[in-house]
Design a protein around this ligand. Structure first.
Ligand code: AFP
Length: 341
């Protein structure tokens, strides 16, 4: 009988063999352990968000088969048709977040009013703003859609209220999105860079696949709904005319997909305010702020054209703003058109 070579038996196992996978929970816990003040609350909150994303990812995959596509026949607070999947996603995230016990206030694209967690004993120190299913016009044709979220902290020693929402995006402590596309990916920042985690559906875990995402200083893609060009103000119109001769155009019409491509490949994405939508289309608290935060954390820039997008202060929870975001030099070029105007 051959002798067992104990030394080789053990040294053959190493971290390069694909067994040392960094799950999102493990990564968040490691960040928490590195911070003296951390209590673990954010880890628990992010676990609730992960659960919502996994649930929605699985329903998005089944939607065509189990009749979740199509309309409920109701309109949401924005006056848009409500899809069954939007309703389901909203309910799942709301319940999961409240059950975490780490949230006091929730703002969802689907709900007219902000929701204060009723039971004071179930309240936590965070506020979550979210769009449970962004890009809903793309649901029925199977194109990428996503969930976007921003996380704020309740102001110290005070009863939670509207004042916690009428604040600039600089007060966010974390933000992210989950894209339901050809793969399901969660992009997250807790204020120390941006990391991407891909869902392994077989084990139900988000695994780090895109560590430390950094935007190239300049890209080669512009992404804007050019069908609206005639409504754009002069600086945005002039900028698009300047880049269209040198860049490729890509536009999905789901902010998550368009921002995801911008984060990974660089370039610029914009949905400017225009003469038709004077305050823009994208919602400040759960579209503009989280995406601007991620883009800045990845070394890029986000602007309305005349001010940094994160410096906006909404007056109402569903307020909108024009925004341009992406590679730093591309956004600065756009801003130069506004400075000249
Ligand atoms: P829907 O959820 O109504 O599809 O809107 C998606 C969105 O808010 C955002 O995800 C897109 O970037 C933007 O609207 C696309 O808007 P247009 O269809 O006007 O280009």
């Amino acid at each position: 009988m051959a002798e067992i070579d104990n030394k080789n038996l053990f040294t053959k196992i190493n971290v390069g063999d694909g067994t040392d996978l960094m799950t999102m929970t493990r990564w968040v816990l490691a960040q928490q352990q590195a911070s003296a003040e951390a209590t673990g609350d954010l880890t628990i909150l992010l676990t609730a968000i992960q659960f919502g994303c996994k649930y929605v990812a699985s329903k998005v995959k089944q939607a065509g088969l189990i009749n979740l596509l199509g309309l409920t026949g109701e309109a949401n607070v924005q006056g848009e048709d409500v899809k069954k999947l939007d309703v389901l996603a909203n309910d799942i995230f709301r319940n999961s977040l409240i059950a975490s016990g780490k949230v006091s206030l929730l703002v969802s694209e689907e709900d007219e009013h902000a929701m204060v967690v009723e039971n004071p004993e179930q309240r936590g120190k965070y506020i979550v703003t979210f769009d449970p299913l962004d890009g809903s016009s793309n649901i029925d044709c199977g194109v990428s859609i996503g969930t976007i979220f921003g996380i704020f902290r309740v102001q110290d020693g005070e009863e939670v209220g509207m004042k916690d929402l009428i604040r600039s995006g600089r007060n966010m402590v974390a933000a992210g999105y989950c894209m339901y596309g050809s793969y399901c990916e969660m992009i997250l920042s807790v204020g120390s860079g941006v990391n991407g985690f891909t869902l392994d559906p077989a084990i139900g875990e988000f695994i780090m696949t895109h560590p430390n995402i950094t935007l190239p200083p300049r890209g080669k893609i512009y992404s804007v709904n050019e069908g609206n060009m005639k409504y754009f103000d002069e600086p945005s119109k002039n900028y698009v005319n300047a880049v269209k001769n040198k860049y490729s155009a890509r536009y999905v019409g789901s902010m998550v997909a368009d921002v995801h491509r911008t984060l990974l490949y660089g370039g610029i994405f914009g949905y400017p305010a225009d003469s038709k939508s004077k305050r823009g289309k994208l919602r400040i608290l759960y579209e503009v702020f989280p995406m601007a935060y991620l883009i800045e954390q990845a070394g890029g820039k986000a602007t309305t054209g005349t001010q940094s997008a994160l410096d906006l202060i909404p007056e109402h929870i569903h307020d909108r703003s024009g925004v341009w975001l992406g590679s730093k030099e591309d956004v600065e070029e756009l801003e130069s058109f506004y400075k000249q105007a």
